[in-house]
Ligand binder design. Structure first.
Ligand code: PEP
Length: 250
């Protein structure tokens, strides 16, 4: 009943030729065009390349970040309207690298969610605890704090207005994946928090897992009841590995 999504976060990687190669590899792979929904998050400089290649297909693309103001004197920033103009349907918000390296706060994340939705984008908002927080037994408290800032933007209608990605920081780019059981436990906790606001929206909410997903562990993660696909970093830069993950979601 929930859609499954596999999203590729290329981070700050790739030049035009890489974008053409990776996008064409996905387009030519003969994947089921509707299940999973496959979304690419290239650097801003490659959005038009992906858009050009994928425009007549079921493949979607999005921005890795946005600023909350619609326009103005904000050198180096990019707005939701600009992403829409490039055909983006989605935007990542609150990735842990943004939170840690660029000091984005929960309040910043909330402003970005509001701006993304106002621009007609569907945000994929990232949450997750650090290794220290997990070891200190604070995982649920951290997630509760992060989700509290997100709840006002989940929606009021029948369909959620955002997607959540659970990305434990200790699993991102480390090769240390959360076990399917660990991830399922947190996904169920997140869905429960959203259910406190709306049972119907919680049932429909897509919650992706991210953190060292690879071709050989994707199927066991995606088999869990509350895991609705993945946000893939490093493995999305290798066509073969990424396609294996997409097939695990079919
Ligand atoms: C990410 O950065 O969103 C991510 C999940 O990275 P990786 O798959 O490399 O752990």
């Amino acid at each position: 009943m929930r859609q499954i999504m596999v999203a590729a976060n290329w981070k700050m990687n790739g030049l035009s030729a890489d974008a053409v190669h990776l996008t064409r590899a996905i387009l030519d792979a003969g994947l089921d065009p509707t299940h999973p929904e496959v979304v690419i998050f290239p650097p801003y400089t490659l959005l038009h390349v992906v858009a050009q290649e994928a425009k007549a297909s079921a493949l979607r693309w999005g921005g890795q970040n946005l600023f909350w103001e619609p326009s103005g004197a904000f050198t180096g920033e990019i707005s939701g309207a600009m992403l829409r103009d490039l055909g983006c349907r989605y935007v990542l918000v609150g990735h842990s690298e943004r939170r840690q390296i660029f000091a984005e706060t929960d309040a910043d994340v909330a402003r970005k969610l509001s701006a993304a939705q106002a621009a007609g984008l569907i945000p994929i908002v990232c949450v997750g605890e650090s290794e220290g927080e997990r070891l200190a037994g604070e995982t649920e408290a951290v997630l509760q704090r992060q989700i509290t800032h997100i709840l006002p933007y989940v929606g009021t209608g029948a369909q959620p207005n955002l997607v959540i990605a659970y990305e434990p920081i200790w699993a991102i780019g480390t090769g240390q994946t959360a076990s399917p059981e660990q991830a399922q436990e947190v996904h169920a906790f997140i869905r429960g928090l959203v259910a406190g606001q709306s049972e119907a929206l919680a049932k429909r909410l897509m919650i992706l897992y991210g953190g060292s997903v690879k071709g050989n562990n994707a199927a066991s993660l995606f088999a869990k009841a509350d895991i609705d696909g993945g946000l893939i970093g490093g493995a999305s830069l290798q066509a073969g590995e990424f396609l294996q993950i997409c097939r695990a979601a079919e």
